[in-house]
Design a protein. Structure first.
Length: 256
C-alpha cells in the first residue's frame, strides 16, 4: 500500500468536508459544458453550411472541428481552477500551526508531499472524467476516432499534474492561501503565454521560450498527437516542482 495513504485520505476528506472540491468541480463542469455547447453548435452550423457548399467539406472533421477545441478550452479552464485546489495544501497547515504535527507522523517528507499531491489530483480528475459524458453524447450522433480522444485526455492528466505540482510548491512557501492562489495563477499564466514572445526575440531565445510554454506542449495532445518530447517535458516539470517542494519541507523540518 502507498505509504503516504494516511495523508492522502486526510487531504481528500478535507477537500470534500469543505466547499472547495464542490466549488471547483461545479465551476469546471459549468464552464466546460458551456464551451462544449458553443463549440458543438458552431460545428453543427459549419457542417450544415458544408452540405450546401462542397468546398467547405475539405478538412472538416470531428477531431479538428470539435474535439481539439474542446480539449483546448478545458486546458484554459484548468489554469483558473488548479490554484484553488492547491492553495491550502501546505499554506493552511502553516497558518494553523499543524505542520509541525504533520512532521511527527512516521512518514518521510516525500510521502507527505505525494499524499497531498495525489489528493489534489483525484479532485481534479473527477470533473475531467465527467466530461467523458460530453464525448459520449457526440458519439451517439457521429462516429468518433478514439485515438485523438485518448491523446487529449492523456494531455489533460499530464498538464493538470504539472499545474498541481507547481501549486503545491507555491503553497509550501507561504502560510497565506490568497498569496498562494495569486502567485500560482500568475506563474501558470506566465508559463502559458511565454511562447508568444518567441517571434520577437533571437532564434535561440525564441526556441527556449517555446520549450517553456505549457500551451505549446499541450497543442499536440489536443490534436490527437502524442509526442514523447511533450510527455518528457511534463514529467520533468512535475519532478522538478516536487523535488524543490521536498527541499522546502526539509528545510522547514530542520528549522522547526
Amino acid at each position: 500500500m502507498f505509504s503516504g495513504f494516511p495523508v492522502f485520505k486526510k487531504e481528500l476528506g478535507a477537500f470534500f468536508l469543505s466547499p472547495i472540491a464542490y466549488v471547483v468541480i461545479t465551476i469546471f463542469l459549468v464552464l466546460s459544458g458551456y464551451f462544449f455547447y458553443n463549440t458543438l453548435a458552431y460545428y453543427s452550423l459549419i457542417s450544415l453550411q458544408a452540405t450546401q457548399n462542397p468546398y467547405m467539406v475539405s478538412g472538416l472533421n470531428l477531431t479538428t472541428g470539435l474535439i481539439s477545441p474542446f480539449f483546448g478550452n478545458i486546458a484554459v479552464i484548468t489554469i483558473f481552477i488548479i490554484p484553488m485546489l492547491t492553495m491550502r495544501l501546505f499554506a493552511e497547515e502553516k497558518k494553523n500551526g499543524t505542520i509541525e504535527l504533520l512532521f511527527t507522523y512516521p512518514l518521510r517528507d516525500i510521502e507527505i508531499l505525494l499524499g497531498k499531491f495525489f489528493a489534489a489530483m483525484v479532485v481534479y480528475l473527477i470533473p475531467v472524467a465527467i466530461t467523458l459524458a460530453y464525448i459520449a453524447f457526440v458519439g451517439t450522433m457521429a462516429d468518433l476516432v478514439i485515438g485523438p480522444i485518448l491523446a487529449g485526455y492523456l494531455g489533460l492528466v499530464l498538464m493538470g499534474a504539472a499545474f498541481i505540482s507547481l501549486g503545491v510548491l507555491i503553497s509550501s512557501t507561504t502560510e497565506n492561501q490568497i498569496i498562494a492562489v495569486i502567485i500560482t495563477f500568475g506563474l501558470l499564466l506566465l508559463l502559458w503565454v511565454v511562447g508568444w514572445a518567441a517571434n520577437f526575440t533571437s532564434p535561440l531565445f525564441g526556441k527556449i521560450l517555446n520549450e517553456l510554454s505549457l500551451v505549446r506542449h499541450f497543442e499536440g495532445f489536443s490534436k490527437g498527437i502524442i509526442n514523447i518530447k511533450d510527455v518528457v517535458f511534463y514529467l520533468s516539470f512535475i519532478f522538478f516542482c516536487l523535488f524543490i517542494t521536498g527541499r522546502v519541507l526539509e528545510s522547514k523540518r530542520w528549522r522547526g
